[in-house]
Design a protein around this ligand. Structure first.
Ligand SMILES: [Zn+2]
Length: 284
């Protein structure tokens, strides 16, 4: 059973999920849509004068079965320098600790942080501005291969990883090898595609399911399985993972979270009025 608590919060049985506001930033529109012509994507995500499209940053707080989890950690705006902030048109959201406090959660009450992958816009919030772990009691779950690739400094991935985001957390990092149950009703599925070790997160409670897609389906425009990103290191794998995972989840009526969607980022998938595209519709 799914019950709406507010615009950004739902109950799935006894579990509660809250969509957080990690601010927005901008990335090159062409890179977000690979071979899709600008004429097709620009009406959906209008680019600025530098061809950047505005993207949301939406970590999810999950409270289920006595556990408190955070899915992806935001970009860590307070840790980024002015040059970087300008390059990616970074707009900070309200401080993460304030948002959590507003929901009755202290940072040391977070038991588990699940990262879809280690890119700077997903892992940046793991540390405070002073470099201390933001969630000192939390195990940080990420795929082993993701950690290996982020540490390897490979020429094609370098720009997306910031070693300082996660390297100081050695004691808290809990690498996984493949699919795993990480908490009661919370399962990660390794998809690859965007990065070799990318994973998505499925939360099940009260007979309902929610899927947190990370960068496999970053925005509603990317609900089309063949609209993969130029940023995807393994685009064929990204397409195949979407093809295999998305349709069954939509057919089953799952709730979806699209981490980079600047509009409706939490809801059920519906087909647009013109029958061509898909978007998320809020649960009412
Ligand atoms: Zn991302």
């Amino acid at each position: 059973m799914i019950e709406r608590v507010s615009e950004h919060a739902l109950r799935l049985g006894d579990a509660r999920v809250d969509l957080l506001d990690g601010g927005t930033f901008g990335l090159d529109g062409g890179a977000m849509f690979r071979v899709v012509p600008r004429a097709l994507w620009a009406p959906l995500l209008p680019p600025d004068e530098q061809n950047r499209v505005t993207l949301g940053i939406r970590p999810l707080l999950v409270r289920t079965a006595g556990r408190t989890l955070l899915l992806d950690a935001g970009i860590g705006p307070e840790r980024r320098d002015a040059r970087f902030a300008e390059r990616v048109a970074l707009r900070a959201g309200p401080p993460l600790e304030e948002q959590l406090a507003g929901l009755g959660v202290a940072e040391d009450e977070v038991d588990l942080v699940v990262l879809t992958h280690l890119h700077f816009d997903h892992a940046g919030g793991l540390l405070r501005a002073d470099g201390r772990p933001r969630f000192p009691r939390a195990r940080v779950v990420v795929q082993h291969d993701e950690l290996a690739d982020a540490a390897a400094d490979c020429p094609l991935c370098r720009a997306s990883y910031v070693q300082d985001d996660w390297a100081p957390l050695t004691d808290l990092l809990a690498p996984l090898r493949g699919d795993a149950d990480v908490a009661p009703g919370v399962r990660v599925t390794r998809t690859g595609g965007h990065t070799r070790g990318h994973q998505v997160v499925r939360v099940e409670a009260g007979g309902a399911a929610l899927v947190f897609w990370g960068d496999l389906v970053p925005t509603a425009a990317h609900l089309r399985p063949h609209w993969v990103m130029g940023f995807d290191l393994y685009p064929v794998e990204a397409y195949e993972a979407k093809r295999d995972l998305l349709a069954p989840a939509v057919a089953a009526g799952a709730v979806h979270v699209l981490y980079h969607e600047p509009g409706q980022a939490l809801g059920r998938v519906v087909v647009d009025a013109d029958g061509r595209g898909q978007r998320l519709e809020a649960i009412t």
